[in-house]
Design a protein around this ligand. Structure first.
Ligand code: CA
Length: 228
């Protein structure tokens, strides 16, 4: 679990970081809004602790900007402004929870645990077939531990094949699951996307996707399969 603290009072930020590192979280600190926003976008944090009163870019603006780029990250607002208005604005700006200063470290940790547990319950597990790994939550795909760039449709197609490893999946099933109702069936070419996936995974050396003429496609789960 990696956490970012965006807080201009460095003593407080350090104190929170020490406590959280003791609980085995990885913790980074940003002392102003711009730096915090930059880090939030560059690095995949699980959770961001965000102070509202920040020099330069206001905490609420930072919150909105993070939310636009990172819809899944948890944001917990820290605020000295006890007014209900600020809390409402914070939650409306995309924060998941808030804590009013001064607070007990124990309470902060309890809030974090609750948020992160919620995450573990809702997050789909990472799928793995041979040396391909796919994380539905972050939409990332690795091949032999290398990150692979896929288009939206290629990702959706691979996700679907990986959710049914070793099974024959028909072209109709793929279209039903991946394209929405507006789809122009003549414009859709599952074959083209399959071809692109094969290229990206160097399928010619080491086949991953089998074409069964007149039936569909199958993700090959074991090397033994390839000899069939
Ligand atoms: Ca502050």
């Amino acid at each position: 679990m990696r956490i970012l603290i965006i807080e201009d009072e460095n003593d407080l930020a350090e104190a929170i970081a020490i406590t959280l590192r003791d609980s085995l979280y990885a913790v980074d600190i940003a002392n102003d809004g711009q730096t915090g926003l930059f880090k939030s976008i560059e690095i995949d944090y699980d959770l961001i602790i965000l102070d509202l009163n920040l020099p330069g870019m206001d905490g609420l603006q930072v919150c909105q900007a993070i939310r636009e780029k990172k819809p899944d990250v948890f944001i917990l607002i820290l605020t000295a402004r006890a007014e209900t208005n600020d809390v409402i604005l914070g939650l409306d700006s995309g924060a998941d929870d808030y804590l009013t200063k001064p607070f007990q470290m124990g309470e902060l940790e309890a809030r974090l645990r609750t948020l992160l547990r919620r995450d573990l319950r809702t997050r789909e597990p990472i799928l793995q077939v041979r040396d391909i790994r796919l994380d539905p939550a972050t939409r990332k795909v690795w091949h032999k531990n290398k990150l692979i760039r896929l288009s939206f449709k290629e990702f959706a197609l691979l996700h679907y094949l990986m959710s049914r490893p070793g099974e024959v999946v028909t072209q109709t099933e793929i279209i039903d699951h991946i394209w929405d109702e507006e789809v122009d069936l003549f414009a859709v070419s599952v074959r083209v996307h399959i071809h692109n996936l094969r290229k990206k995974f160097r399928d010619s050396e080491n086949p991953y996707i089998e074409t069964l003429i007149g039936q569909g496609y199958r993700l090959i789960t074991t090397l033994e399969d390839e000899k069939d």
